[in-house]
Ligand binder design. Structure first.
Ligand code: SF4
Ligand code: SF4
Length: 507
């Protein structure tokens, strides 16, 4: 798929996998490697892994073991008509030049054949009807990688006439590999869920470190804006427990700083929590493992219960929104069912309330808005962020398509933090390509470097993908496209704040 100006004809070469990587890990699917599964040393070990897979496959289709997602999974297995409507909606399939491996139903078709043969024990007639397949280690190894070639954006499911969900198939496969075989991307499991549960955050920040960092941020924001900012900690009975993706505190400190300033000026009675995981809304289990997901979600809810807050508000992080506001609904009952709200609706209410004076001329530069899939398509939070940017950004322009028809940034489902071997090349050249096209088209009238442009992405993972992808294509250096969150635009337009909160520096 060709890219528009200024990247037309200037696509960079894609680094090949080194031979020693292929010697060590299972890389039989395509030209990259996401999960780094070592080759089994013996045939006996291969047989053991295949038996584990088969056991996990049976559990995936049993109500006792998979009560969460069995129904939509069965719908997808039993009723897909192979009409291929979904293929036309998948950015990965399109951007790859319609590589059959990335056709949304390709992965589902493999699982479907395995389901009819090994779970339903269909005979010859079933094989004739649904297709033959032989279960062996090379197939399982390729399927592991294939489950990490989908952003879980579910644009395909939205367009499917019967609601079959190929994104769910990728999710369920990842779950099988993690829960039954102990195989998951290390960035999501060891460096993600495990670190968060042990230390308090997948960033590695302990409660003491996070409080230090926030104190530093408060000081910096007070100096930059001329308004005294202090973040409240562990306030019992607060109206709002704000939980950021802790990556914001490390990588984009102006974001939590801007949140603190807005909430304080608006007079919201809010708090952050210094309990383990209470200051980090990340829940990577959403993407690969129901058990790890539940452990983190329960911890978030328990902290809110103990603090007796009126509600939890999730900062600018799409997957954290979906984890805590939607999927956790299946887990949280009784006094753990603390109300949860998106920060985007709260911010919209504050901006529209008239409690803060704004000067939109401070945001008089081209702004476009990225729709994080988890927040927008999968939760329906479409308008609040638009009301804010329409009110505060005179040169706002939409990407096409947008809202629930948006395209994923290419970093969804954990890819934004996965950077093993040459996987980032795949992220930038395939998974993120459609979004890159959208961004360039949105700014096509002002690509010259003299005009600074702002790509608003109210999601920490999306920002990570944009940071890496815009840097890869040198779009800041050469075209002055900066990315950032929504709260930064709000503070930049606040009339009582020193002008120039957005500093137009690459980070
Ligand atoms: S759109 Fe739905 S029914 Fe058609 S091929 Fe895709 S998953 Fe199957
Ligand atoms: S969920 Fe998204 S990335 Fe995955 S197959 Fe569907 S459209 Fe493609």
């Amino acid at each position: 798929m060709p890219l528009p100006h200024p990247l037309d004809g200037h696509d960079r070469a894609w680094g090949a996998l080194a031979p020693q990587i292929r010697d060590k890990y299972e890389c039989g699917l395509d030209d990259t490697c996401a999960v780094s599964v070592p080759h089994p040393p013996t045939a006996a070990e291969e047989r053991r892994l295949v038996a584990q897979f088969l056991s996990g496959l049976e559990k995936l289709f049993s109500r006792e073991n998979n009560w969460t997602f069995l129904q939509p999974l069965l719908l997808t297995m039993e009723h897909c008509t192979r009409c291929q409507t979904c293929a036309e909606s998948c950015h990965i399939f399109e951007a790859s030049g319609r590589n059959e491996l990335y056709r949304p139903v390709f992965r589902s078709e493999i699982l479907r054949r395995l389901y009819f043969k090994y779970v339903k024990h269909g005979g010859l007639l079933s094989a004739w009807q649904h297709g033959e397949i032989e279960l062996n280690w090379p197939l399982v190894a390729r399927l592991i990688e294939l489950s990490y070639r989908c952003n879980l954006c579910r644009r395909c499911a939205q367009t499917c006439p019967i609601g079959a969900d190929n994104g769910l198939v990728a999710h369920e496969l990842r779950k099988l590999f993690s829960q039954e075989m102990g195989i998951a991307a290390k960035e999501l499991h060891q460096q993600g869920s495990m670190l968060q549960l042990k230390v308090g955050s997948s960033t590695g920040m302990s409660p003491e470190v996070v409080k230090d960092n926030i104190a530093f941020i408060d000081e910096d924001i007070s100096e930059r804006t001329g308004i005294e900012v202090r973040t409240p900690w562990d306030v019992e009975g607060a109206d709002v427990l704000l939980i950021h993706n802790a990556g914001e505190i490390m990588a984009w400190p102006e974001n939590p700083g801007a949140f603190a300033l807005i909430l304080n000026v608006a007079g919201v009675k809010w708090t952050m929590s210094s309990e383990l995981a209470g200051y980090d809304s990340i829940n990577y289990g959403l993407w690969y493992d129901d058990v790890q997901f539940a452990r983190v979600a329960l911890q978030h809810a328990e902290i809110a219960r103990q603090l007796k807050v009126k509600k939890i508000v999730v900062g600018e992080c799409g997957h954290a929104h979906k984890a805590l506001c939607v999927i956790a609904d299946r887990l949280l009952s009784g006094d753990l069912n603390v109300p949860r709200e998106s920060s985007l609706t709260l911010l919209r209410d504050i901006v529209m309330s008239g409690r803060i004076q704004f000067d939109p001329s401070r945001n008089d530069f081209p702004v476009t808005l990225h729709d994080p899939c988890n927040l927008v398509r999968l939760m329906g939070v479409v308008e609040p962020q638009r009301e804010v940017v329409r009110a505060l950004c005179p040169q706002f322009r939409e990407m096409e398509p947008h809202g629930v028809n948006n395209y994923c940034c290419g970093g969804g489902s954990g890819f934004a933090i996965m950077s093993g071997h040459n996987f980032p090349d795949w992220r930038f050249h395939v998974a993120g390509r459609k979004k890159l096209e959208q961004v360039l088209n949105a700014f096509s009238d002002c690509l010259e470097p003299e005009t600074p442009k702002y790509l608003c992405a109210p999601c920490s993972n999306c920002k990570g993908q944009f940071r890496d992808m815009l840097a890869h294509y040198k779009l800041w250096e050469q075209n002055r496209i900066l990315y950032g969150g929504l709260v930064e635009l709000i503070v930049n337009a606040m009339a009582d704040v020193k002008p120039g909160f957005i500093e137009w520096e690459w980070r």
